[in-house]
Ligand binder design. Structure first.
Ligand SMILES: O=C(O)CCC(=O)C(=O)O
Length: 263
């Protein structure tokens, strides 16, 4: 069973559980009003660009929208949720000066979509060189997640298993959870979108957080318009990657906002 927690409970217990199981669920974190507004903001974007990422891996009945900071003011809440950040910092913080976002993706799995191939998100990095976790994902349920409607499937205990489903010893489990809950899983944990056998879409937002010295999966500098970035509070800009890592990596000599030397 995927370990489950209530919002507001002890983060050190979450950290221990995610490091042991590879994934946890925290129930009922985001308020209804936030989810309603976020879904309403994203709907036109699914229509406009959602099909752009359709391929064998993402599926052809799944619509995705990237660069989510640009599309909804509610993003800030979901991106900066303090308990999620505390967990991300607890897992990744020992291996970097600062963490940063890897990608921000809204995902709508439409009825009839097949299950996604199980995978580890950190396979984009040469993880074999590093004996620690490089990223963590926070997948927000924007609808009630059920096995029938395509709840994300997770192989508990598959983290650091060599990233091949054949190396995992257990079956995948659906991360069933009420909307507003968040599934948190390590970059090395095998997981994938479930098959949607219901008659309604299943929506999610997945934000990945990575070590601050890695290249970001989604290039925020090109994805986000300058005005969008400038309008964010400093903590959001920093987490989006608009800062240096320590005194030497990613510096910007002009340093217009004081974020580019010595994070
Ligand atoms: O939509 C989901 O439930 C998971 C999607 C996912 O794991 C991915 O595309 O990396």
């Amino acid at each position: 069973m995927i370990p489950r927690f209530e919002a507001g409970s002890d983060i050190s217990a979450w950290t221990e559980a995610i490091l042991a199981s590879g994934a946890i669920i925290v129930e009922d974190v985001a308020p209804d009003a936030c989810i309603d507004a976020f879904n309403a903001d994203l709907q036109p974007e699914y229509e406009r660009v959602g099909a752009k990422f359709q391929n064998d891996f993402n599926g052809y009945l799944t619509r995705r929208v990237g660069g989510v900071a640009e599309h909804s003011e509610e993003f800030q809440y979901l991106f900066m949720q303090p308990e999620v950040l505390a967990l991300a910092n607890a897992v990744l913080g020992p291996h970097c000066n600062v963490i940063q976002v890897g990608s921000t993706t809204a995902i709508e799995i439409l009825p009839g979509e097949a299950a996604q191939v199980l995978h580890a998100d950190d396979s984009i990095y040469p993880t074999e060189y590093f004996p620690f976790e490089m990223q963590i994902s926070a997948l927000w349920a924007l609808d009630d997640f059920t096995e029938e409607n395509g709840a994300t499937r997770v192989i508990e205990g598959s983290h650091r298993s060599g990233q091949h489903p054949g190396n995992a010893t257990r079956d995948s489990l659906p991360a069933e959870m009420p909307r507003g809950s968040v599934a948190l899983y390590l970059g090395s944990t095998l997981h994938g979108g479930g098959a949607n056998q219901s008659d309604r879409p299943r929506r999610a937002l997945v934000n990945t957080y990575t070590l601050g010295w890695l290249r970001q999966e989604e290039n925020q500098y090109l994805t986000l318009p300058t005005d969008t970035v400038a309008a964010q509070p400093e903590a959001v800009r920093r987490l989006l990657g608009f800062q240096a890592h320590g005194p030497h990596l990613g510096v910007w000599p002009e340093d217009p906002d004081g974020l580019w030397f010595d994070s």
